[in-house]
Design a protein around this ligand. Structure first.
Ligand SMILES: *Cc1c(COP(=O)(O)O)cnc(C)c1O
Length: 366
């Protein structure tokens, strides 16, 4: 099956004798004891299994475990490590997961943050107890690109697991397992949900090994699982993912080109621009450059805020990946310890008509 076919058929598991075309939502928390039946919804539920199945196939893995948020999914990976394991993470990454590493696992895990574009820096940070390299590419919010295949080589040589947060790229444009990663993580809240109305996360694994058994145990016993309704909505959203991503990519590319030629713009971060520092690596490992870009406008925080307030079709709100365009000044959201430039706006380009979006930016920047 190709991706559009997987997206529509892989998660549609029908066991109902009425033979519905679409899998019903099974809200029952408990199931009659019977051979092969689920036991209890925290441990397993037919809607969750369907979601896990479609994402396993979309990411070319062996299994997947769904969680109630992207953060809960990432947390389960860190919780599955032995105490005092060392993790190497990128210097630009989703701030909520960075905060987990710094605050929740303080004293429990050792952390180093490195520039993943610099393989020598990565290698020099490897310790005897390094157990995990965590990647995020493209990264949030600077759209930094790391070379998954090369880093997977370093990880393999040193018997270190490689996990990749693939939220920005989606399985439509990038498949880290095919490039050598052991685990893939998504915030399904973003493009996979696609309509800004579901919170969720997932981990997909290349192998069912003892680490995976432990992660499954944490999913079951920790209990940060999505509801059957959320799983149903996500499985429904994923059916249109390949087509939505074509639109997000096309619109984001056009907006990135428009903005990079605009005199009121200092810099555009979008891996699909030839001027982007990671362009050649992105081109070799991604089939498209997805729908998020960041832009530094001329001036400072006040000037950036003024642009946001003048836009009509871009809502000033956090999050990304929905059908509607969103914009936010990231430094304002990340707080005083942020490393993000004050005049940087992160834009999630929606599926509105691109001419409307470009005209809107043109008036807001003038
Ligand atoms: C949003 C996001 C997360 C966190 O996911 P939640 O569903 O909000 O918990 C993790 N990584 C990236 C890249 C994100 O954009």
């Amino acid at each position: 099956m190709r991706i559009e076919t997987i997206a529509i058929h892989a998660g549609n598991i029908i066991t109902d004798s009425n033979r519905p075309v679409i899998q019903p939502i099974i809200t029952s928390t408990t199931f009659e004891h019977h051979e092969n039946s689920p036991i209890y919804t925290r441990a397993s539920n037919p809607n969750r299994l369907a979601l896990e199945k479609v994402l396993t196939q979309l990411e070319y893995g062996k299994d997947a475990a769904a969680f109630s948020s992207g953060n809960a999914a990432a947390m389960a990976v860190f919780q599955s490590l032995d105490p005092h394991s060392h993790i190497i993470a990128p210097d630009d990454m989703y701030h909520g997961i960075r905060k987990q590493l710094l605050e929740v696992f303080k004293g429990i895990l050792e952390i180093s943050f490195v520039d993943m574009a610099n393989i020598d820096q990565l290698k020099s940070n490897i310790r005897d107890n390094t157990k995990l390299i965590w990647l995020e590419t493209p990264s949030n919010p600077l759209l930094k690109i790391s070379d998954i295949k090369s880093i997977a080589g370093v990880a393999r040589e040193n018997h270190i697991m490689l996990a990749c947060d693939n939220t920005f790229a989606t399985p439509v444009f990038q498949n880290p397992i095919l490039l050598g990663a052991d685990l893939v993580m998504h915030s399904t809240t973003k493009f996979l949900g696609g309509h800004s109305d579901i919170l969720g996360g997932i981990i997909i694994t290349k192998e069912r090994n003892s680490f995976w058994e432990r992660l499954r145990m944490i999913q079951h016993v920790g209990g940060a699982v999505p509801s059957p309704f959320d799983c149903y909505l996500l499985t429904r959203s994923i059916k249109t993912l390949p087509y939505r991503m074509k639109g997000h990519f096309e619109n984001a590319s056009k907006l990135a080109h428009f903005l990079s030629a605009h005199p009121s713009v200092e810099h555009v971060f979008y891996p699909g621009l030839k001027s982007h520092i990671g362009y050649s690596i992105a081109s070799s490992q991604m089939k498209g450059f997805s729908g998020v870009l960041s832009v530094m406008v001329m001036g400072g925080a006040i000037d950036a805020d003024r642009v946001v307030s003048k836009l009509k079709y871009f809502t000033n709100a956090t999050s990304l990946g929905g059908i509607e365009s969103l914009i936010e000044r990231r430094a304002a959201v990340e707080g005083p310890d942020t490393l993000t430039p004050q005049n940087l706006l992160r834009i999630s380009v929606g599926l509105e008509n691109i001419e409307d979006l470009i005209e809107d930016f043109d008036q807001a920047l003038s």
